[in-house]
Design a protein around this ligand. Structure first.
Ligand code: MN
Length: 222
């Protein structure tokens, strides 16, 4: 019999914080429907499926599973890494964007971008180039390193800079499913248009947080 506790320990797809069409014209509603309701949902389902026979692991957050691969049995390690990674990254992605986004960062984050990239436009160029050049599926990130420096980095598949001790401030998805319906093979156009929906307040919240946690990353506690 399923107890309340095991029900609560299942990973849950977070609702999109705005309607599917809210990021139009930069990201079309059909892409958002497939990306959130199908792709992200499938990562959550597959993560729960992988953990079905491992009740002890179901007490942990998706971030914990990513940070403690040695505590995940080898038989499900790849499935957990890929699907917990997909769950964590997409949960952050929806929050990194907003219908009222765009513009420029302010305050301490803006100062750090100027300090470490030589200005906001230079940072955007660096991020666009990294995202465009990344081979195959992956993510492009603005991270805060262990020594509080800002860096642009990319990861393959659904890997996360969290495992390097870095705090993700901003991320974009360069898997084809994120842009192909609207932009087809023009990943560069998608990356350039995307700045109009970036939520800089969210990036500033991550920058000012002491470190990455499920709470600051807006992940469900299980
Ligand atoms: Mn995606």
């Amino acid at each position: 019999m399923e107890t309340l506790e095991t029900v609560r320990a299942k990973h849950v797809l977070p609702p999109l914080p705005y309607p599917h069409a809210a990021l139009e014209p930069h990201i079309d509603a059909h892409t958002m429907q497939l990306h959130h309701d199908k792709h992200h949902a499938a990562y959550v389902d597959k993560l729960n499926e992988a953990l079905e026979k491992h009740p002890a692991l179901r007490e942990h957050t998706a971030v914990w599973l990513l940070l403690n691969p040695a505590k995940v049995p080898e038989a499900i390690r790849a499935a957990v890494r890929n699907n917990a990674g997909g769950h964590v990254n997409h949960s952050m992605l929806w929050r990194a964007m907003s219908p009222s986004g765009g513009g420029k960062p302010a305050g301490a984050l803006a100062d750090a971008i100027t300090r470490d990239f030589g200005g906001f436009e230079k940072f955007k160029t660096r991020f666009n180039e990294a995202g465009e050049k990344h081979f195959a599926s992956g993510w492009v990130w603005l991270v805060k390193t262990r020594d509080d420096k800002l860096e642009v980095t990319t990861t393959a598949g659904h890997e996360t800079p969290l495992t390097q001790g870095q705090v993700p401030l901003l991320l974009n998805d360069v898997w084809e499913h994120a842009y192909y319906l609207k932009h087809e093979n023009r990943r560069g156009d998608y990356l350039k248009g995307w700045w109009a929906v970036v939520d800089w307040q969210e990036a500033a919240r991550q920058f000012e947080s002491a470190g990455a946690s499920s709470e600051t990353l807006h992940l469900p506690s299980h």
